[in-house]
Design a protein around this ligand. Sequence first.
Ligand code: NAP
Length: 248
Amino acid sequence: MTAQQRCAVVTGASSGIGAATARVLAAQGYLVVLGARRLERLQALAAELEGVAIPLDVTDAASIATFAARLPAGVDVLVNNAGGALGLESIADLNESHWQEMWQSNVLGLARMSKALYPHLLKASSGVGHVVNIGSVAAHETYAGGGGYTACKHAVKAITETMRVEWLGQPLRVTKIDPGLVETEFSLVRFDGDAERAASVYAGMEPLVATDIADAVLWAVTRPAHVNIDEIIIKPRDQARVGLVYRR
Ligand code: NAP
């Protein structure tokens, strides 16, 4: 792989927001490098976008090292999107393995990827590297049963702000995009494949679609290089707060 073209790395590109983001960035002319665990899905998308599919498990340091070794020297954009929620248990009914898995992907995975790609981002072909972290409205609010996930996304907020402090003066930008309800595989994964329960999350309301978030990523990365979009919160019109949704 050579870095003739601007290069964007998208984690969690096998589904939902990550796949949609890869599509809009490829349409903008980026060479997209797609990472996730389900390689067949990545390969199909990479073929469509003339991108590159590389298996990636962000919970595994060795997988990240192998992934990073295949990247061009310069990477312009890193979209830290891999992650999601598992379960809806209260703290009194703590599910430790869910919490550990969420922390590994949403928080440590994001930090590990940012560390691994830091040297590549400093050599961005455009001259300024850009990290876009996908947070959530769960970075700003809490809800019953959401303790593990909201703690992770609050951590993503803190880490994003720390990056901006630590990297001040470097040719780097850091953005966080915080979606509300987006209809993807998110709820299906959260409820362990229970399609009926997952569908009930969006029943009677109009959720966001993955492209709504991808468009925000695209807007943030295409601002002039002296502009840093710190944070964007995007919710459906039918959602006022995490647990306050208008259903027809
Ligand atoms: P999704 O359709 O379930 O997609 C999640 C993606 O993350 C998949 O591509 C999955 O790929 C990848 N992933 C999960 N664990 C991974 C790991 N260990 N290593 C590498 N990739 C991993 O859900 P989504 O809605 O697009 O979620 C994307 C991001 O948006 C997540 O960070 C989520 O927390 C956030 N978000 C979603 C919503 C929403 O309502 N949908 C709202 C706010 C924030 P593989 O399984 O193939 O690895």
